[in-house]
Design a protein around this ligand. Structure first.
Ligand code: 0A1
Ligand code: ZN
Length: 850
């Protein structure tokens, strides 16, 4: 049976559930085809609720028996749940249901991954396990008993009795059902311990398949760092006797913060120097921290309803970014975050899928785990912190934690904590949560008699369902530099609240050069006419590392746009400036590597579109190629010197210093490969003792005539390491020439190692295809057709992952009529598939409506 007729859920319709839950007791008898789940739930009427209808969610469940206070009943069952008549007093609900984990390919609810039982309940997966009020504002303590012949049986909370074939768990902290978890399998532990600052001893474990036991140490170290950091920076301690992390191969997302039992996509936890890149290590550290931080921001204090998702996600992303900034380099982290925000969130905000950080309606909540909710949500927390200051931010968080511990709350509650601590009125700030779209900030300046005036004008383009956008509060961090490069005004936050507003600086000896939106103080698009001379000046002198990087980026972008518009050659101003920067030994190698990164195809396409032009993905790719080739030639000697100077001789460590050196060396290698045909890359490939260098060399070789041999060698070496084989799939497609990308993806989807069952593998091929912009948007339309074919195949098995990948089509309206027509045809074709999931239907309908 496929999904019921799609229904739109609205924020404004929220009502509390008619009953409170005092206790949940679950008992599982595991079996691949017929798992039995017994539930015993203590309900009592909710005095705050008007509606006493007793409806329990439930999907795909076979009800064996249901009882109220021991009396058998015959509830009315529909596709989405059941309804029963219940007493007007506390009562005990009991139900026994049967489910089939082996048949669950959607990876939501209880499923099997490589013979291991595991669960994913966020957002609405618990209803596929048993009948329950599956909504985040219903919180209860859970006791769980698992019966099965697997050696390891895990659930949330603290361990209780266990013996041959069974284990009991008890979670004293009231939690919503989306945080429930169960794992059963043949697993080994990588154990450790942590003593909290109040002296509580916590047993820590990373559970993996036996063959992965050597890839857990880094995750464990990251976990301990995160636990300490949350105590030191937020005063938050862990609250159970155990903390378990489990790695699973088949998982729709990165990881999940289930109380005391985090379940991770294997790619977000397993790492060894030979198999994981520096970027993988950094991602693992960040995700481990993210899930751990949810223990307070998400679990102890959770969301009233799914519209409030950003309450836990925006805040937790903000916290994990702070953590990474503290562990590594704050500047590098900020640059990476903003690059991602612009590539994903700005793109989302500018297209048919644009939605507010707190959406007002949805059909399928799984479609709203987006860059807007997560990344823009985190930016809003950062802006709040800037506006109130660090000290008030800390007090507001303390108030939020004490006031709402154990509750399911809203964005209003969150903002109220800030209002109460600071006395500020945050009504206008709240627009950031309700209004979609990226504000544009136009800047002009004036210099007269020692008075320097910056004038700003804000404007947010319309987004689906929202035409009018009143002005927002925008914290604009500004510093001023004097003509000799000295900073004459330190960073200050200009608080813009009007549509147009000016700020004047007095008493300056000479006309300054402004550094605007330092540290990217607000998620806006800055529109400013400034020349290359000024950009080069800021690149050389700005004290704000983010804006220094931005100046280089602006130079490159202006040069690339000029090439695209006039066929000009790459601008020598850029080449001079970048040579100087690359050579500057005072600068962190990681920063220099980031400065060598060019604006991506997405950024250039959107810039052209914003200027009223039609971006041609092929032309953009060609311009970037030409630019890279010219730059490689202009930097030939320097590239070799950089390469030699950044060879790491110390034993491998995935820390910021070594990974910075390796990324600069790999950036240099990419330039050198354009000139030496891959000779040096081949040497690096052969001698590499870690995946960062091996993969860096491999991706270079893929662009040379040594590609075939390298591809075979890489596969032969790594055929038994599934996470490395994912990279092998991806690399071949992202490095393919535009005309070859779809063909390569088609071949790889026919490879015996390809499977629809593992989202990582599906994304390794089709995520890579959509990342190869010129390849995906090849004028023939073959990229579009191929992706549509495979989404149609994936949808019946895993609608969630299929739906997420529809966003590859979200930019269609900015393309030329011919490509638009090709995409439209694929959208129609997919929408016409009988029984298409609610997930895909919602995504495709929204995209098509553009
Ligand atoms: N809450 C998790 C992400 C997550 C969301 C949904 C999932 O299944 C639909 C799985 C994980 C996080 O923020 O890490
Ligand atoms: Zn999260």
């Amino acid at each position: 049976m496929r999904d019921a007729a799609p229904q739109t859920i609205h924020l404004k319709d929220y009502t509390p559930f008619g009953f409170l839950v005092d206790k949940v007791a679950l008992s599982f008898r595991l079996d691949p085809q017929a798992t039995r789940v017994l539930s015993r739930i203590a309900f009592r009427p909710n005095p705050e609720a008007a509606d006493r209808r007793f409806f329990l969610h439930g999907e795909g469940l076979k009800l064996i028996e249901a009882r109220i206070d021991g009396e058998k009943i015959n509830p009315e069952i529909s596709e989405t749940g059941l309804e029963a008549a219940v007493p007007e007093r506390p009562f005990i609900w009991e139900a026994e249901v049967e489910i089939a984990p082996a048949a669950n390919t959607a990876l939501e609810g209880l499923y099997l991954s490589n013979g291991m039982y595991c669960t994913q309940c966020e957002a609405e997966g618990f209803r596929k396990i048993t009948f329950y009020p599956d909504r985040p504002d219903v919180m209860a303590p859970f006791d769980v008993r698992i019966e099965g012949d697997q050696p390891v049986l895990l659930s949330n909370g603290n361990p209780g009795a266990s013996g041959a074939g069974f284990a009991e768990w008890s979670d004293p902290w009231p939690k919503p059902s989306y945080l429930f978890a169960l794992v059963a399998g043949d697993l080994v532990a990588h154990p450790d311990r942590f003593v909290t600052r109040s002296g509580r001893e916590v047993a820590l474990n990373v559970w993996v398949r036996p063959e992965d036991a050597d890839k857990c140490a880094f995750a464990m170290e990251s976990l301990k760092k995160a636990m300490r950091w949350d105590e030191e920076k937020y005063g938050r301690e862990y609250d159970l006797d155990v903390f378990n992390i489990v790695a699973v191969d088949d998982f729709n997302m990165g990881a999940m913060e289930n109380k005391g039992l985090n379940i991770f996509n294997a790619s977000a936890v397993l790492a060894s120097p030979e198999t994981a890149t520096d970027a993988n290590f950094e991602r693992i550290e960040g995700i481990i921290a993210h899930e751990y931080f949810h223990n307070w921001t998400g679990n102890r204090i959770t969301c009233r309803d799914w519209f409030q998702l950003c309450l836990k996600e925006g805040l937790t992303v903000f916290r994990d970014s702070q953590f990474t900034a503290d562990q590594r380099s704050a500047a590098v982290k900020r640059i990476r975050d903003v690059t991602l925000l612009r590539a994903r969130q700005f793109r989302e905000d500018a297209g048919p899928l644009a939605h507010p950080v707190r959406p007002e309606s949805f059909v399928e909540i799984n479609n709203f785990y987006t860059a807007t909710v997560y990344e823009k949500g985190a930016e809003l927390v950062g802006m709040l912190r800037r506006l109130v200051g660090d000290e008030a931010y800390a007090r507001a968080l303390d108030l939020y934690f004490t006031r709402h511990d154990g509750q399911a709350v809203t964005i209003e509650d969150w903002l109220k904590a800030f209002e109460d601590v600071t006395g500020r009125d945050l009504t206008q700030f709240k627009r950031w949560y309700s209004d979609a779209g990226t504000p544009r900030l136009r800047v002009s300046e004036d210099w007269q008699d020692g008075r320097y005036t910056l004038s700003f004008e804000q404007f947010t383009p319309p987004t689906p369902g929202q035409d009018e956008k009143p002005p927002r509060v925008i914290p604009i961090a500004v510093g001023l530099l004097g003509p000799n490069g000295d900073e004459v005004r330190r960073t200050q936050i200009l608080e813009m609240t009007e549509e147009k507003q000016s700020f004047t600086f007095e008493g300056l000896a000479a006309r300054p050069v402004p550094s605007i939106l330092r540290d990217f103080s607000a998620p806006v698009i800055l529109e400013r006419e400034s020349g290359n001379a000024e950009r080069a000046f800021l690149l050389a002198h700005d004290t704000d590392p983010f804006n220094r990087w931005q100046a280089g980026r602006d130079l490159a972008r202006a040069a690339l746009l000029a090439m695209l518009r006039t066929g000009a050659a790459p601008d020598p101003a850029y080449l001079d400036a970048i040579r100087m920067l690359a050579r500057d030994e005072a600068l962190d190698p990681a920063f220099r590597a980031l400065a060598l990164d060019l604006p991506g195809e997405e950024e250039l396409a959107q810039a052209l579109f914003d200027a009223g032009e039609i971006p041609d993905p092929q032309a953009i790719w060609e311009a970037l190629e030409r630019f890279r080739q010219t730059r490689a030639e202009a930097m030939a000697d320097l590239a070799r010197a950089l390469y030699d100077a950044h060879q790491v001789t110390a034993p491998f460590a995935p820390n910021a210093a070594q990974s910075g050196a390796r990324s600069l060396a790999n950036a240099a290698l990419a330039m050198i490969t354009r000139l030496d045909g891959g000779a040096l890359a081949r040497r690096q490939y052969d001698s590499a003792d870690n995946m960062t260098l091996q993969l860096g060399a491999f991706s270079c070789l893929l662009r040379t005539d040594r590609a075939g041999a390298a591809t075979r060698a890489f596969y032969d070496q790594w055929r038994d390491e599934r996470l490395v084989i994912d990279k092998w799939f991806t690399m071949q497609i992202v490095n393919a020439r535009p005309e070859d990308a779809a063909g390569r993806a088609r071949e790889l989807a026919a490879h015996p190692d390809f499977t629809l069952k593992t989202p990582n593998r599906f994304r390794a091929v089709f995520g890579a295809l959509s990342a190869n912009q010129a390849g995906f948007h090849h004028a023939s339309g073959k990229g579009y057709a191929l992706l549509a074919d495979w989404l149609i195949r994936l949808d019946p098995l895993n609608p969630q992952t299929a739906a997420r990948m529809c966003s590859a089509f979200e930019t269609w309206r900015r393309l030329d009529p011919s490509r638009q027509k090709l995409i439209k045809a694929q959208l129609e074709r997919m929408l016409a598939v009988p029984g298409l999931s609610r997930d895909m239907t919602e995504m495709l309908t929204r995209i098509r409506a553009a």
